[in-house]
Design a protein around this ligand. Structure first.
Ligand code: FMN
Ligand code: SF4
Length: 650
């Protein structure tokens, strides 16, 4: 295995966020930790891969104080996926040694999270029934687990100890016990999943017993001076589950048992939106919880949860709400998070748009991918090499694919011009950003604007263009990024009916009152429905398929549908629109024709590629490449990564 040549950059030291802190005897150069995040970059069978090492090293080179390697399993019966790391036997250790060496070479500090999924284990991989403190299935689904016997508990305690020793021997600087997000250690702590009547269940102290035994066994093998942290969901956000009051008691018990720091998170499998906080949650959403914990514990407190900019990171540490901020997705979106904040270049931070694509890929057992950061997962190959021959590139269209094309080409050293027919860059992102909780899309547009300005891209706005003009421009390459056009519904529409397209409602801030029928229950239709409901309209969504939200990420869909239900959105599936008359929509459902009253109708059916220039341009006269929706309608991440790949080859 080899690693790409990333070296830690020099950073200036001033704010408390960038002051050193100790966990046990381990000195961290600053108070930004990279959250443990599964990637599926491991090799089949759970071995470390060079791709995973490059990914981690790239993040470490961005200047953080500590990086957590994603969770590694301590026991073959506690695993979830094939390409999740394992650390229970010697065969896995050479890969971990390469990982820790690579991180140390660039001056970083690396910890590893030890985990057992308990009742969340995936029987397809373990080939045995899942185990848990009590035979209660996960609220997330899955088989009923078998209750662990006391001899089985003893074996698992030893498994954690072996894994800890393996981690120490592999060169990790720190170990974290994963007692969060509804996995085995937390299953013992939580009254939701632990209904035992023996000494491992019942009182708060009894429910801590398994974790205490694990801490004790780990300490015996790694020694008192080896840093040991514990991650815990201090609010499970599930009725009858752990809350902050009980978590405080638990953490005091665990502190007395010898953990060196605690890392605060929330949520279990059934309330995953609290483990991966959504854009509806405020930035730094768990700082109040960590503040309470910090006031009653003496060990360092770490906190995660939408900590994604300079202000919230600095405020949390300065105001003593926590000692260390644990940053997740913001560091997937921009590996240089720490160094940019420290250099006072926060404007340069590429924003995470909270689209849930990364976590959704894990649910689907795919390697993670970031919608806004095409480098993620390709860190080694993605180093921009200056092109030896400088080309003249014209990008036509300033949506996400066009902006990324211009950025990539400019980074490669080409002379880049970008033509956009509207008065500002952004394309459809500008309208999508008007939907509720989608403001980060506008941050992304602003980020691109700053990047393109800094890179010297010549941007021409309000530019109407034709083939002759494009040919006359004399580009070596033309990148067609003209996006997509709205699909129109081919049904009779009465002249006096109030009919709009979703995009024009957003673009022109059209106010719709009374009952609004939205035709199309995909992402656009559902998100628009929420916005109109919040503004006071009654909304019904008409979808011709059997289900709605197709193509939405699992978590996005879950939380959006819950919000729509709370707002009394009416949803009709398996329903075909036949005609739109004044104040009513004629539909057919299972062979029966019906009328639905509606003061206005909004079409949200989707888009087709808009690529007329492709037909008109002659490739012999102009070399052109097609990117984004113009090539194939997709999601923002498809547009950005596709454009980046195409332009890297120029
Ligand atoms: C792709 C992905 C994988 C994750 N894997 C883990 C994990 O292995 N262990 C863990 O404790 N948390 C995991 N998390 C949760 C993060 O560590 C973090 O707590 C969460 O994303 C909230 O932080 P953020 O708002 O900064 O992203 C994961 C999150 C994401 C997005
Ligand atoms: S995929 Fe989406 S949610 Fe995940 S880090 Fe990237 S922008 Fe953020």
């Amino acid at each position: 295995m080899s690693t790409a040549d990333f070296s830690c950059r020099e950073v200036k030291m001033d704010a408390k966020l960038f002051s050193p802190i100790n966990i046990n005897r381990l000195r961290l150069r600053n108070r930004i930790a990279i959250a443990p995040m599964g990637t599926n970059f491991a090799k089949p069978g759970g071995y470390v891969s060079s791709r995973l090492i490059d990914h981690i090293v790239r993040r470490v080179s961005g200047g953080c104080g500590l990086v957590y390697c994603e969770a590694a399993y301590v026991d073959p019966a506690g695993i979830g996926r094939d390409r999740h790391l394992r650390i229970y036997s010697e065969e896995y250790l050479p890969g971990f040694r390469e990982m820790t060496d690579a991180v140390h070479q660039v001056g970083g500090v690396i910890g590893i999270q030890l985990n057992h999924l308990g009742r969340e284990a995936n029987q397809n991989f373990t080939k045995t029934a899942p185990v848990a403190p009590s035979p209660i299935p996960s609220p997330w689904g899955g088989n009923k687990p078998s209750e662990l016997s006391i001899p089985e508990i003893d074996v698992l305690v030893k498994r954690f100890a072996t894994a800890a020793l393996n981690a120490k021997n592999s060169g990790f600087d720190l170990i974290e016990l994963h007692a969060a997000h509804g996995y085995l250690l937390e299953q013992f702590l939580s009254p939701l999943s632990n209904k035992r009547r023996d000494s491992y269940g019942g009182s708060t102290y009894n429910r801590c017993k398994f974790v205490l035994e694990v801490i004790d066994a780990v300490r015996k093998v790694v020694g008192l001076e080896f840093p040991l942290t514990l991650r815990m969901s201090v609010e499970e956000f599930w009725e009858g589950g752990l809350d902050i009051q009980e978590s405080l008691k638990i953490l005091q018990i665990l502190q007395n048992a010898g953990i060196d720091a605690v890392s605060i998170t929330c949520g279990v499998k059934g309330s995953l939106e609290y483990s991966i906080p959504q854009s509806v949650s405020p930035k730094g959403c768990y700082r109040e919880l960590s503040k309470q914990i910090k006031q009653s514990l003496r060990i360092p407190i770490m906190v995660a949860g939408r900590i994604d900019d300079a202000l919230v990171s600095t405020e949390i540490v300065e105001s003593n709400d926590a000692d260390i901020v644990v940053v997740g997705r913001a560091l997937l979106a921009d590996p240089d998070f720490s160094v940019k904040i420290q250099r006072d270049e926060s404007d340069e931070l590429r924003p995470c748009i909270k689209c849930n694509v990364c976590i959704d890929r894990l649910f689907k057992d795919l390697d993670i991918y970031c919608s806004v950061n095409p480098e993620l997962g390709h860190e080694k190959d993605y180093i921009f090499s200056f092109s030896t021959s400088r080309k003249r590139v014209l990008v036509v269209g300033g949506g996400p694919a066009g902006m990324e094309s211009a950025r990539t080409c400019a980074l490669k050293g080409h002379e880049v011009s970008l033509w956009e027919k509207e008065r500002t860059l952004g394309g459809k992102l500008l309208y999508a950003a008007k939907e509720l909780y989608k403001g980060a899309l506008l941050d992304l547009v602003r980020w691109y604007e700053r990047q393109l300005f800094r890179l010297g891209v010549k941007i021409v706005l309000l530019k109407e263009f034709n083939v002759a003009e494009i040919e006359a421009f004399g580009a070596d390459y033309v990148i067609l990024a003209t996006g997509s056009s709205i699909i129109k519904l081919a049904v009779p529409i009465a002249e006096e009916a109030n009919v709009y397209y979703a995009e024009e409602v957003l673009r022109q801030d059209i106010r719709l009152d009374g009952t609004v029928a939205i035709v199309g229950g995909g992402a656009i239709g559902l998100e628009l429905a929420e916005m109109l409901l919040v503004k006071g309209a009654d909304v019904l969504v008409i979808e011709k398929l059997q289900s709605i939200g197709i193509g939405l990420e699992t978590l996005t869909k879950k939380v959006l549908l819950e919000r729509l239900e709370r707002l009394y959105c009416q949803i009709f599936t398996d329903m075909q629109v036949l005609e739109i008359q004044n104040s009513k929509v004629i539909v057919s459902h299972q062979g029966k024709v019906k009328e639905l009253a509606a003061n206005a109708v909004v079409m949200a059916i989707g888009y087709n590629s808009y690529n007329v220039l492709k037909e008109q341009l002659d490739y012999n006269r102009v070399k052109f490449l097609i990117v984004g929706d113009c090539a194939k309608v997709g999601k923002i991440g498809d547009a950005i990564s596709g454009a980046s790949q195409v332009c890297l080859s120029i």
